[in-house]
Design a protein around this ligand. Structure first.
Ligand code: SF4
Length: 431
């Protein structure tokens, strides 16, 4: 095994199944694997390190997606499983212990080390849970060592973040049974967006408010029956289950995209914490109005345009709701890798009746539907964008929606603009 400073996974087969108005497909899919989450998680968790136990392909994916950090000490790396590891000529666990030892001796400031599983570590059935336990005992008091899978066999694009946060939940301290009600924002947000939300909650008089993930490991918040949590991202199924196992209760809300989504998200917390309606309106109105004005700049370009989302990040349903209700777009098909009906129930209610919802993917059939529907804009992964553009379709890379700050009032205009830009480019090229 050697260390270095990452491609997509494909799935299986079968015919589409219509399930209560949702087209369910289980065929070949074109989605990045869960390792991709490391790109934004390593920036967010400033004293954590992500050690992927994988192949050179995993290393290339990570390096090209995250860019090369020249001046900073990196916070992720790949322990490469070499041929001799695969051939059973070396004990992978000994090799991993040696790498972790080297890393933590040189970088004692690492407070949480994630051992991240990949397709190769799964194929050779390397038990990373056991490794994390063994190493965790050895480095107790210095570094918390956890593991999760980012493998393309088990996870898609944003599920890596879900798996990572779910491993943190059992590490959260137990809240005192008589503790006052606390709010927990769940999901990695860019610091600037997180700070905006924290300011708004402070103005509303809601406190204390914590975030998962916390920026530093030592700030991992406590959790218990008095915890009320708001999901900032729609792809955190396992994390939500783990929190509920610890007694936390989810506040049901729209996701904070656009003026209305953000207002509804804040309102769910305000209602749970007994904030007076007039005070809520006083605090929220300026941001909401700014967001509406910013969205209006793009509305002319978006209104009446038909849009299709191919399944990618699980952000598709709330984004389609935002575009339909606040920008006047017509979602034709909204595809998502997995549909959490409970978490997205309010979003689904606001989509037009005519919108086709699909879960999972059978890429050839889905592309046939795009050709038949002829949407004005198709949101899809990198691998499908170029072929579709060559057929004359206008596309938007779904990955940009994950890497750009798009939550909250102040980002609502930029979010609308992300969809308006490809349509503007198309119109310019046509002229
Ligand atoms: S985890 Fe699997 S799908 Fe992801 S980069 Fe590594 S080999 Fe490819």
């Amino acid at each position: 095994m050697s260390i270095t400073q990452t491609l997509p996974a494909n799935g299986s087969d079968c015919a589409p199944v219509l399930n209560k108005g949702v087209l369910r497909e289980r065929g070949q899919r074109e989605v990045f694997c869960g390792l991709t989450g490391i790109v934004w998680l390593h920036r967010k968790m400033q004293d954590a390190f992500f050690l992927v136990v994988g192949s050179r392909t995993c290393a290339h994916l990570l390096q090209s997606a995250a860019g090369v950090m020249i001046f900073a000490e990196p916070r992720f790396a790949t322990a490469i499983i070499e041929e001799r590891d695969l051939a059973g000529m070396a004990d992978c666990h000994d090799e991993l212990d040696r790498i972790v030892d080297k890393l933590l001796t040189r970088r004692p400031e690492i407070k949480t080390l994630f051992l991240v599983g990949s397709c190769p570590s799964e194929v050779i059935k390397m038990d990373l849970a056991k490794a994390a336990q063994r190493l965790g005992t050895e480095y107790a008091g210095q570094t918390r060592i956890l593991n999760y899978s980012g493998s393309g066999i088990e996870t898609t694009f944003t599920e890596g973040e879900d798996a990572c946060l779910a491993t943190l939940v059992p590490e959260m301290p137990v809240a005192r049974p008589d503790a006052a009600q606390e709010l927990l924002i769940v999901g990695a947000l860019p610091d600037i967006v997180e700070d905006q939300f924290l300011r708004l909650f402070a103005e509303l008089g809601i406190e204390p408010v914590h975030c998962l993930p916390a920026r530093r490991a030592c700030d991992l918040p406590s959790v218990g029956p008095n915890t009320r949590y708001l999901l900032a991202q729609p792809f955190l199924t396992e994390t939500a289950l783990a929190l509920e196992d610890r007694g936390a209760q989810r506040l049901d809300a729209l996701f904070p995209f656009g003026a209305e989504g953000t207002t509804a998200w804040l309102r769910a917390a305000a209602d749970a914490f007994g904030v007076d309606e007039m005070h809520f309106n006083r605090v929220v109105a300026p941001g909401r109005e700014r967001a509406k004005r910013a969205i209006a700049h793009s509305r002319e370009r978006l209104e009446g345009k038909r849009i299709t989302f191919l399944p990618d990040s699980q952000l598709e349903v709330p984004l389609a709701r935002f575009l339909a209700t606040e920008a006047g777009m017509i979602p034709v098909e909204v595809g998502t890798p997995y549909l959490h009906r409970q978490h997205t129930a309010r979003e689904l209610e606001l989509l037009p009746e005519s919108t086709r919802i699909s879960e999972g993917q059978d890429v050839d059939k889905q592309l046939d539907r795009v050709r038949e529907d002829k949407p004005d804009l198709t949101v899809c992964g990198l691998g499908l964008a170029n072929p579709l553009e060559s057929e004359g379709f206008t596309t938007k890379w779904a990955i940009e929606l994950v890497f750009s700050p798009i939550h909250g009032f102040e980002q609502a205009g930029d979010l609308a603009e992300l969809f308006a830009r490809p349509l503007r480019r198309r119109d310019v090229l046509r002229v």
